[in-house]
Ligand binder design. Structure first.
Ligand code: ATP
Length: 406
């Protein structure tokens, strides 16, 4: 009888998880590892190191699934009670093996190649219950070792793995992006979209679209992603960028290198964040020459060449000053491209027509300066992060637009 697609649940055990002292990375890792093997996780529980709590969670987790993975509390110390609790909950007796490890009746031990506590596998009715050590390195080693073969049997030969493709966007809010994309999904792209699920993953830097498909028979997956994304592309192209690790700074560095230009920056309200982003990746020295943090007006004047008249007439947060910063960056630091950023990051300092979150960004390419005025929501950190991202996006689009016009 062909098995239906295998389904699983995860129980994480440990007081420290509920105190918030330890982040439950095991559950996330397990979800991904199971998905890669064609097993979907339906629910997760987190409980204290308390016998009844563990037993109740395991029995609730086991309902209707083929596999329950329990992580944590397997060690030899008295506070490690997972094995005994699960065994008693299932009505299984415990015996000590030669090493003194407590083993439930009928259980199979899974070798732990990097620690002391082995994993435990128990068949209980329709459900396989697996106990793994809490230390992430140990959990992963047991999973990828002895457990792997057992999972292959469970998932069956027809189970496919889950494939993902991510498209990065920046500069458009999630609801607007979703509108544009969904409309195309339901029209032309419909025929390619079958079986592909789409998740919108927003952050301060933009929205990633993650396409996923479970592939039962192998092959054609990449081609299907390509065709679907091609269909959606008109809605994505103004916002989309390509970078291996998803960082727009990486995409900007590549675009600069292709165009044979270098970049210098002058930052006021972002205090060096843009320079940091540009230098986060190795190899930035090919395209990034450096920057000035022109926070005080006297630095804008003396170091970058902003004029006193403009500061007096328009104020530090203004289009003219942003443009002078961009031009000054390129000229003073010797680069073809200059970026200038000036704004009100907050929480104080906003007034009248320049409320908190107002940021002017200017980009000079071969002496031609373009500027944008933006208004970002959020706290000081968010405004600065968004401003840097918007500056990178402006430059990226200028370089890409110029390329398509070649
Ligand atoms: P062992 O005794 O073999 O070291 P154990 O199963 O007893 O393993 P725990 O005592 O539950 O493991 O946890 C040991 C450490 O592992 C914790 O202090 C914590 O740092 C980490 N850890 C436990 N559970 C998780 C989890 N769900 N996600 C990430 N880290 C975890």
């Amino acid at each position: 009888v062909p098995r239906a697609r295998c389904q699983a649940a995860i129980v994480s055990v440990g007081n420290e998880l509920l105190f918030g002292q330890t982040v439950d990375t095991n559950a996330a890792w397990l979800s991904r590892a199971l998905a890669d093997r064609g097993i979907s996780v339906l629910r997760r529980f987190t409980v204290r190191d308390v016998e009844v709590d563990i037993q109740e969670a395991v029995s609730a987790a086991a309902r209707g699934v083929d596999l329950v993975i329990v992580s944590g509390g397997l060690g030899p110390t008295p506070d490690d009670i997972t094995t005994a609790s699960v065994a008693r909950g299932l009505g299984l007796s415990l015996t000590a093996d030669r090493q003194g490890v407590e083993v439930p009746q009928y259980a199979q031990l899974l070798t732990n190649p990097v620690g002391t506590a082995p994993g435990v596998l128990i068949e209980s009715g329709q459900t396989t219950i697996v106990l793994l050590p809490g230390v992430p390195r140990e959990l992963e080693a047991v999973f990828e070792g002895d457990l792997e073969a057992a999972l292959a049997d469970l998932a069956g030969p027809d189970a496919g793995s889950v494939h993902h493709r991510v498209v990065h966007t920046t500069g458009i809010a999630e609801p607007m992006l979703a509108d544009a994309v969904q409309e195309r999904l339901y029209r032309g792209a419909n025929e390619y979209a079958a079986g592909i699920t789409l998740a919108y993953l927003p952050s301060l830097r933009g929205v990633d679209l993650r396409f996923s498909i479970t592939d039962a028979r192998g092959g054609k997956v990449e081609e299907r992603f390509d065709r679907l994304i091609e269909e959606l592309n008109p809605a994505l192209v103004p916002w989309r960028f390509e970078a291996e690790h998803g960082d727009l700074a990486e995409a900007v560095a590549t675009a600069l290198e292709r165009s044979g230009r270098t970049l210098a920056v002058v930052e006021s309200c972002t205090g060096g964040l843009l320079a940091k982003r540009m230098t986060d990746g190795a190899g930035a020295s090919k395209v990034f020459v450096g920057g000035v943090i022109a926070y005080a007006n006297k630095v804008k004047v003396a170091q970058v060449g902003v004029t006193d008249e403009m500061l007096e007439q328009h104020g530090g947060v203004s289009e003219v000053v942003a443009k002078q910063l961009a031009r000054g960056a390129a000229k003073r630091l010797g680069a073809e491209v200059g970026i200038g950023i000036t704004g009100v990051a907050g929480p104080g300092g906003g007034a009248g027509d320049k409320p908190v979150g107002t940021v002017w960004i200017a980009v000079s390419v071969d002496g031609v300066v373009e500027s944008i005025r933006t208004h970002f929501k959020g706290d000081r950190g968010s405004v600065r992060e968004r401003a840097v991202q918007a500056a990178l996006a402006s430059l990226y689009r200028r370089l890409m637009f110029e390329r398509t016009e070649d």
